[in-house]
Design a binder for this molecule. Structure first.
Ligand code: NAP
Length: 304
């Protein structure tokens, strides 16, 4: 490694951590990148947090302690949107418990899903989710994987009118469901759509992401690391010198910055059970993003 590259990397690393360090210290510093929710104009920090598997733990202090650290890193890094689901076992309850313990329930943008068949079952499940996460109303309620979406969207429209939920949406995470997802996006008025988009799963950029822009819908991006598959692709591969040009000090930040460089992405929701990884991920919400040439180079480097 040349001295020039070393210096460039050192400067970039310093700049990249500056925003996060200031956010953690509660000081004014570089602000996290934010994106607007088209239906309201309210903005969100571009890095959110998922809870699938990572927050599905028991009550033992040894299981809960790392997640207390994960939540602290998320909040100190300026994060707001937390995404859960009744499908994720104990994740809603654990999220609620940790938020209460941190006195942070009112500080987050609470998102979860309805994942059942039938009107009454959907209502009962959403009420149970409110109890578990400790919120009087959800910021965002989504129909998980389009399960019985006609029924639940009818309930959610009424709930939105009554102020029991602020935003409504639908989710998917696999391309075979995209045709049906697209049809619902075209037919229904939605605030949010949640879908998978990553270096290894780029299909949604063809139709769904541009359609979200045209229809005025915010986008939440799940599976940003394809669980951990992207990390396996770069195992043992040193971070290239260009990573420093966009302030990245890890592959995780490169993967996340590639996603948020898409203009139709509102918020990406990586999941982690480790505080150090969550801190790493939060850093991707600060500083420069790759331009078109670098985006192409990143795809070639990681997927080529
Ligand atoms: N249909 C749907 O609605 C749907 C489907 C899928 C996902 N989702 C949502 O999207 C969220 C994210 O997707 P996902 O949980 O499937 O997968 P993901 O975020 O793509 O990947 C999670 C994995 O990445 C690892 N990781 C995280 N940060 C890292 C870092 N900085 N360095 C190294 N490894 C790191 C984690 O391990 P460690 O714990 O060791 O850090 C974990 O194994 C979910 O939690 C859920 O909220 C929704």
């Amino acid at each position: 490694m040349s001295a020039r590259v070393t210096r460039r990397e050192a400067i970039a690393a310093t700049l990249a951590v500056a925003g996060l360090a200031a956010a953690r210290a509660g000081e004014a510093g570089p602000a996290p990148i934010r994106r607007a929710i088209p239906s309201s104009g309210e903005s969100l920090p571009v890095i959110g947090m998922g809870t699938s598997r990572t927050f599905d733990v028991g009550e033992a202090p040894a299981e809960r302690k790392p997640l207390t650290g994960v939540l602290a890193e998320f909040l100190q890094g300026g994060g707001r949107l937390i995404d859960s689901s009744p499908m994720y076992g104990r994740a809603e309850q654990v999220t609620g418990d940790l938020l209460r313990a941190a006195d942070a329930t009112g500080k987050v943008f609470a998102a979860t899903k309805v994942w059942t068949e039938g009107r009454e079952a959907g209502i009962a499940q959403m009420q149970e989710s409110m109890r578990r996460m400790g919120v009087a109303r959800f910021d965002l309620m989504q129909v998980h994987n389009l399960k019985d979406w006609r029924t639940h969207l009818a309930t959610l429209r009424a709930w939105k009118e009554e102020g029991r939920v602020r935003y409504i949406g639908i989710t998917t995470s696999f391309a075979p469901q995209y045709a049906e997802f697209e049809a619902v996006m075209r037919a229904e008025q939605l605030d949010f759509v949640q879908l998978n988009y990553s270096l290894g799963e780029r299909e949604s950029a063809k139709v769904l992401l541009p359609l979200a822009r045209d229809r005025g819908m915010a986008t939440l991006i799940n599976r940003p690391f394809m669980r951990a598959e992207l990390f396996r692709r770069v195992e043992g591969k040193p971070l290239p010198g260009w990573a420093a040009d966009i302030g990245c000090t890890s592959w995780a930040q490169v993967f996340l910055k590639w996603i948020i460089s898409h203009p139709d992405v509102t918020c990406v929701i990586p999941a982690s059970a480790r505080p150090a990884n969550m801190r790493d991920n939060m850093q991707a919400g600060f500083g420069d993003l790759p331009d078109a040439a670098l985006q192409a180079r990143i795809v070639a480097e990681v997927m080529g």
